[in-house]
Design a protein around this ligand. Structure first.
Ligand SMILES: [Zn+2]
Length: 280
């Protein structure tokens, strides 16, 4: 792999590989969608000649082992999105140790050779769960992308000090827009909801400060055939559920437009971080 050019504009796109059906009662009565939608990402990444990072839930890896092997075979990084997508705030330190152990055993048994990255479910790395950095360090992780440094109805850590080391783990927090207002914009619902011209301006102003744009998308973000059901964690809000389905058809086109028009590159998180981690 060629070294990353530190002067590029980096779009740190990633996939949070989870199955939303696992989060609702009787979810398995809905159609299986993870493999087909993950393949859409893999094929699109081949098309634009890019490698990225997949933050994977352990239960999903055990359900779809061939899919994980395919991700590895196509040259992408495999990282942890925990073993069963339990928020860090709902785990004790020892439970999280078991979670890391189980996840890593699964990934190494499927052929992963090095698992260094971590993303907390629903950005649940907050003041009360920051003990998790120490545990990640014990298990050989080197970086995390788990903090939303703003207020949020679910999780957020507005006082977070910014990118850097925490208990031996390098944290790359999500971006928060400074224009036109302080909200996340790089991933999931936010990425689909904002009009393209606003996203372009948010990306452009981030690149201007020599920062990457971090992004996360899920299999469901490109699932145009998903049955309508209430998504988890949304307090049964019909408006929020509506948002869960907005503009799923336009995701790939939008990403292509942004990378072309802003001269941005997609790279694996571990590749992007290599020069930073070597310096320290
Ligand atoms: Zn997740």
């Amino acid at each position: 792999m060629s070294p990353v050019n530190p002067n590029s504009n980096f779009f740190l796109f990633s996939v949070d590989l989870e199955d939303v059906r696992d989060f609702i009662p009787n979810g398995n009565k809905y159609k299986e969608a993870v493999p087909a939608n993950t393949i859409k990402y893999l094929d699109w990444l081949d098309k634009v000649n890019a490698k990225t990072t997949f933050f994977i839930v352990g239960t999903v890896a055990r359900t779809y082992p061939d899919l994980i092997r395919e991700i590895i075979k196509r040259g992408h990084e495999t990282a942890s999105h925990t073993d069963n997508h339990l928020h860090l705030t709902k785990q004790t330190e020892d439970e999280f140790r078991k979670d890391c152990d189980s996840f890593l055993n699964t990934m190494y048994s499927l052929g992963a050779t090095s698992v260094k990255g971590f993303r907390a479910p629903t950005f649940s790395m907050v003041e009360q769960s920051k003990w998790a950095y120490k545990v990640l360090n014990e298990f050989g992780f080197t970086y995390s992308s788990s903090v939303l440094p703003s207020t949020n109805p679910m999780f957020g850590w507005p006082e977070f000090k910014g990118e850097g080391y925490y208990e031996g783990i390098y944290e790359l927090p999500m971006n928060v827009g400074s224009w036109p207002f302080k909200v996340p914009f790089g991933g999931g619902v936010y990425f689909r909801f904002f009009p393209t011209f606003i996203l372009k301006e948010l990306f452009r102003s981030t690149f201007q400060t020599n920062k990457p744009v971090l992004s996360y998308l899920h299999p469901y973000d490109v699932d145009t055939e998903q049955e309508r059901f209430m998504h988890p964690h949304l307090n049964d809000s019909k408006a929020l559920n509506w948002l869960m389905y907005v503009n799923r058809t336009g995701v790939f086109e939008r990403m292509e437009y942004l990378i072309k028009n802003l001269n941005a590159s997609i790279v694996r998180y571990d590749e992007y971080l290599k020069p930073k981690l070597q310096q320290s």
